[in-house]
Design a protein around this ligand. Structure first.
Ligand code: C2E
Ligand code: CA
Ligand code: CA
Ligand code: CA
Length: 286
């Protein structure tokens, strides 16, 4: 009897495994088709400096999958699978090309936007891959992107596996003139002591820290410490997921440098982003 039960367990287990394998294969196939048929599009979310009024500082490129049957698939859904299957390398390269091409168009249309930047997300595993470093250099060259206008966003987890190599890579990128931001700060496992060894330009504080802020509450105190910590290490503090005027006001009071969120601007198609840049130029002059 127990043997029979054992067999059942085994067969159910195998069936689930088969299903999973099947699902992963299906995912890989549709992902490759998506790459070939250009189903991945970028949207751009504006970022603003907030300490002297509200001033456009740049955009973050975010990927969208326009799936022919499933409609819009969120990156939160497919990026983990793309990482697991290794397909993320192709995706990050595609995003890099598309974002640089968009940015070079913006520069042509509205002249040099010296104070504006484009931020691109790099999956954690890429910081240690030298081929990715080379790809970044080549792409910047190809699209003629001013180096200081390119930011790479790397999550904390990128620094955990091999902190020494990650620190060396950051130094290389700095030498090249590319800025790096530590993304989703506060959600990973890296120790605060690490921060000192990572010469990043900015720290991007995760949305989960912004959601709960009220004047003077614990969340606001925690934010204040993170912002001070960033400034103490000569980094800019960036807050993501700012949805209300009150959150913006508190962040301004806590000396946060830059914010991004639905309150000031949602991710938008290239044409709208270009319009924001032209309006910015009109106010600030060429
Ligand atoms: P992330 O880098 O933390 O990006 C911010 C996410 O928060 C974006 O979701 C954005 O649309 C969303 N967001 C922005 N403002 C607000 C707000 O005020 N409220 C709320 N509730 N959400 C806000 P999205 O575009 O779905 O991207 C999710 C994650 O997927 C990103 O998190 C990033 O880790 C990853 N991702 C997106 N695009 C790329 C890419 O091109 N390459 C790589 N490697 N990862 C990407
Ligand atoms: Ca990001
Ligand atoms: Ca982020
Ligand atoms: Ca986040």
């Amino acid at each position: 009897r127990s043997k029979q039960r054992g067999n059942n367990v085994v067969s159910i287990f195998t069936k689930t495994m088969l299903n999973q394998t099947h699902d992963i294969l299906k995912f890989e196939n549709s992902f490759r088709t998506a790459l070939q048929e250009d189903q991945f599009k970028l949207v751009f979310q504006p970022q603003f400096r907030i300490q002297n009024g509200i001033e456009l500082s740049g955009f973050e490129a975010l990927v969208r999958w326009h799936h022919p049957d499933r409609g819009m698939v969120s990156p939160a859904e497919f990026i983990p699978l793309a990482e697991e299957t290794g397909l993320i390398v192709e995706l990050d390269r595609l995003v890099m090309r598309k974002a640089c091409s968009m940015w070079s168009d913006c520069l042509k249309v509205s002249g040099a936007c010296e104070n504006l930047h484009i931020s691109i997300n790099l999956s954690a595993k890429h910081i240690t891959e030298s081929s990715m470093m080379r790809y970044i250099e080549e792409t910047i060259d190809k699209y003629n992107i001013p180096l200081q206008s390119l930011y790479l966003e790397l999550t904390e987890s990128a620094f955990v596996n091999d902190p020494e190599l990650a620190a060396a890579r950051l130094k290389t990128l700095n030498k090249l003139g590319v800025h790096c931001a530590i993304d989703d700060f506060g959600t990973g496992y890296s120790s605060l002591a690490y921060l000192n060894n990572f010469p990043a330009r900015s720290v991007k504080i995760d949305r989960s820290f912004i959601m709960g802020i009220k004047p003077g509450n614990d969340c606001a105190k925690l934010l204040e410490s993170i912002i001070k910590l960033a400034h103490g290490l000569n980094m800019e503090a960036v807050a993501e997921g700012v949805e209300t005027e009150q959150q913006l006001e508190i962040l301004r009071e806590l000396n946060c440098d830059t914010v991004q969120g639905f309150y000031l601007g949602r991710p938008m198609p290239k044409e709208e982003a270009q319009k924001l840049i032209s309006d910015y130029k009109k106010i600030n002059g060429p």
